[in-house]
Write a protein that binds this ligand. Structure first.
Ligand code: 5RP
Length: 224
């Protein structure tokens, strides 16, 4: 199976975690796009979704799925999202699609995080994928130096030759050369650096379940 076929497989499999009658949290990315397509087929079973990006909001609305503002909803039963990497404890690197801040907000609001990913995303140690960090532009150089002190190399993400601007109006640094063995401690430390909006390590908001697309089919991995 191709990577796209594996993404379609797990996107469809995630439908079984949607709670009828409850709003569903929706992530961002090519795997989630497959989930959104599958969600459209059962859209009358849920009141709607809370979305983690402008891109997902537009896709949901185009398919006739109502999108609620996060502030209109107290708690979300389940959040479905992809990952750039996921380790053996359900900790993830996310933000390849630059939506990490809103993804973390919706994940924090949700009782359960169901990660959908193809098998290439499963790793022993986080950090092979460049770690996305959303930053306030004026703090960029300082934060780059702080990552350098940890052995990482942080570069500004560009789009069409210009600094990428997130849905929140900020920039993204991609950090290479890290091996993140204690994801909880790493996330806590980087989070409190001045100017960091969100670090793309999801350890405090780790996955409860991962639906991993493999050549043999969907493997369900539970972490709680
Ligand atoms: C977006 C994300 C995505 O979940 C992550 O990049 C995986 O994307 P894809 O499903 O396209 O491989 O964190 O910010």
């Amino acid at each position: 199976m191709t990577q796209d076929e594996l993404k379609a497989l797990v996107g469809q499999a995630a439908i079984q975690y949607v709670v009828p009658g409850e709003i569903v949290g929706v992530g961002t990315g090519s795997t989630v796009n497959q989930f959104i397509a599958a969600l459209a087929a059962i859209k009358d079973c849920v009141p709607g979704a809370v979305s983690s990006s402008v891109a997902s909001t537009e896709r949901l609305q185009a398919l006739g799925i109502r999108v609620f503002d996060a502030n209109e909803v107290d708690e979300i039963a389940v959040y479905i999202d992809g990952a750039d990497e996921i380790d053996g404890r359900g900790c993830m690197i996310k933000g390849g699609g630059a939506a990490l801040t809103r993804e973390k907000i919706v994940a924090a609001q949700s009782r359960r995080f169901v990660c959908i990913a193809d098998a290439s995303k499963r790793v022993e140690v986080l950090g092979g994928f460049p770690l996305p960090v959303e930053v306030i532009p004026m703090a960029m150089r300082r934060i780059q130096r702080q990552f350098q002190a940890l052995g990482g190399s942080a570069t500004l993400r560009l789009k069409d030759g210009q600094p990428l601007v997130t849905d929140n109006g900020q920039h993204i640094l991609d950090v290479r050369g890290l091996a993140i063995r204690d994801a909880l401690a790493f996330e806590s430390e980087v989070n409190q650096w001045p100017g960091v909006v969100t670090v793309g390590v999801f350890a405090h908001q780790r996955a409860s379940v991962c639906l991993l697309g493999t050549a043999q089919g969907v493997e369900t991995i539970r972490y709680d």
